[in-house]
Design a protein around this ligand. Structure first.
Ligand code: UD1
Ligand code: CA
Length: 461
């Protein structure tokens, strides 16, 4: 028999007031991506043909984010729950759009760490009957408790607020995740009432209704309780972020990447690394970062969308954004590579050097205190300390071209557009406003040096 189509319902109508933020809660990032994006990934991994996101407050912002982030995704449908009248009411809002032959899985926009492998057995059980994901907690307070009869069969769920003293001692809790055949679920949801402590329509009441229908309710236990933890405030988000980061770090260590300290490592994207890559403490990786064999990243570096060839070293406190370097380069300490920087092999970029939209040829160096913006630099060029590519005239950006084997003396301004011919030497302190021919020495500074031997420094009165 063909498997029923999977429809996921993502509850995300919570106000998120405890985040104290203008940003809707489910858009707060975990590992660099909105929590909701991670939940949608999980729904896709379960093979959902449709994902119904139930939203309330801030819904417009969430939809705008989605349209921008996933313009091609046609599987997400938006459902408004204007008033929060309980989890059963929230699920019910999505049901008109779900066919009877579907299997429904209920997910939560603010529970981002749940893994597909945990939900798959729940989904499988939910094809035949109501299935509930449970967890065993040392401190179950606040959660709905799973009620079982003497034979161990599930009889219902009692919410913390409605539980008596004996029930409160039960440590098996409802995580909120459920799966069920759509037709059945629709029937139960229609019967849920709100005569309880909170005056809400509880999704958990479908359990007792399923039992009344003589169904055997299935339970699946989440091995790792962290997976089913929700985010209500920034402290919980920060806690889940650390757990998420530690998981990533441990996976990278298993892949053979040397992290000085897995607890001081942050990856907000994808990291692809060769053999014997070393990453020191306090680094942040964003977007897509590719590191060749033997790459060494010093402490406290930030790398966003970066590709580094084998043997390249990035020293402490360097910031690289949308940059590429070949093999055996040396970058930093305190270097800044900005977008569209492309370094060939064996290039050296030293401390307090900022590079933007510049190609540098093999073996070229800018070792100290320089701004290189909008340039095309050949091979074996030496750029002295204090050199500035004056690329901006106040309205437009212009190109500085430096051919192979040029030597630029310290404290030189190259006023673009300008070209320095092959093998030329530019004397220190020059302000170059015209093209420089190949070879020879070009300099531009006051002709004579004067000394006033009898001059006296002013004295303090
Ligand atoms: C719920 C469960 C409880 C379980 C716990 C796990 C019910 C009645 N109780 O309790 O058994 O142990 O989760 O965390 O389901 N939401 C809506 N619309 C609503 C109400 C809620 O979208 O009208 C969303 C919330 O944004 C939230 C989620 O559903 O993400 C859970 O709602 P919440 O009110 O926090 O339920 P709990 O009391 O925590
Ligand atoms: Ca909750």
């Amino acid at each position: 028999m063909k498997n029923a189509p999977v429809h996921c319902i993502v509850l995300a109508a919570g106000q998120g007031t405890r985040m104290k933020s203008a940003l809707p809660k489910v858009l707060h990032p975990l590992g660099g991506r909105p929590m909701l994006a991670r939940v949608l990934d999980t729904a896709h991994a379960l093979g959902a043909v449709a994902i119904h996101v139930v939203h309330g407050h801030g819904g417009e912002q969430v939809r705008q984010w989605f349209a921008q982030a996933y313009p091609q995704d046609r599987s997400v449908r938006w459902v408004v729950q204007a008033q929060q009248r309980g989890t059963a009411h929230a699920v019910l809002q999505a049901m008109p759009d779900i066919p009877d032959d579907a299997t429904v899985v209920v997910l939560y926009g603010d529970v981002p760490l749940v893994r597909p492998q945990t939900l798959r057995p729940l989904l499988d059980a939910g094809r035949r009957t109501l299935a509930v994901l449970t967890a065993e907690l040392d401190d179950p307070s606040g959660y709905g408790r799973i009620l079982r009869n003497k034979a161990g069969a599930v009889m219902g769920i009692v919410e913390d607020k409605d539980a008596n003293a004996r029930q409160k001692r039960i440590r098996e809790v409802n995580t909120g995740f459920i799966a069920a055949p759509a037709q059945r679920l629709r029937g139960w949801l229609g019967q849920v009432r709100n005569d309880n402590a909170k005056g809400e329509y509880y999704l958990t009441d479908v359990v007792a209704l399923a039992v009344k229908d003589r169904l055997r309710v299935a339970t699946v236990t989440a091995e790792d309780a962290v997976e089913v933890e929700g985010v209500n405030d920034r402290a919980q988000l920060a806690r889940l972020e650390r757990i998420f980061q530690l998981r990533q770090a441990e996976a990278l260590l298993r892949e053979g990447i040397a992290l000085a300290d897995p607890a001081r490592f942050d990856l907000r994207g994808t990291l692809i690394a060769g053999r014997d890559v070393f990453i020191d403490v306090g680094c942040v990786f964003e977007g897509r970062v590719e590191l060749g064999d033997g790459v060494h990243i010093g402490p406290y570096c930030v790398l966003r969308d970066v590709r580094l060839g084998a043997g390249t070293r990035v020293e402490a406190h360097s910031v690289l954004d949308d940059a590429t370097a070949g093999n055996d380069c040396r970058i930093g300490p305190f270097a800044r590579l900005r977008p569209q920087t492309v370094l060939a092999d064996a290039v050296h970029i030293g401390n307090f050097v900022e590079v933007k939209k510049v190609r540098m040829g093999r073996g070229s160096k800018a070792n100290h205190l320089a701004y290189l913006g909008d340039g095309d630099v050949g091979a074996d060029v030496n750029i002295g300390a204090g050199t500035i590519f004056c690329n901006y005239d106040g309205a437009n950006k212009h190109l500085t071209v430096i051919e192979d084997e040029v030597f630029i003396g310290s404290d030189t301004q190259l006023v673009a557009p300008v070209r320095i011919g092959k093998g030329a030497t530019v004397g220190a302190g020059s302000t170059i406003t015209q093209d420089v021919p190949p070879g020879g020495l070009t300099l531009c500074r006051a002709r004579e040096q004067k000394t006033y031997p009898h001059w006296r420094r002013p004295r303090k009165r």
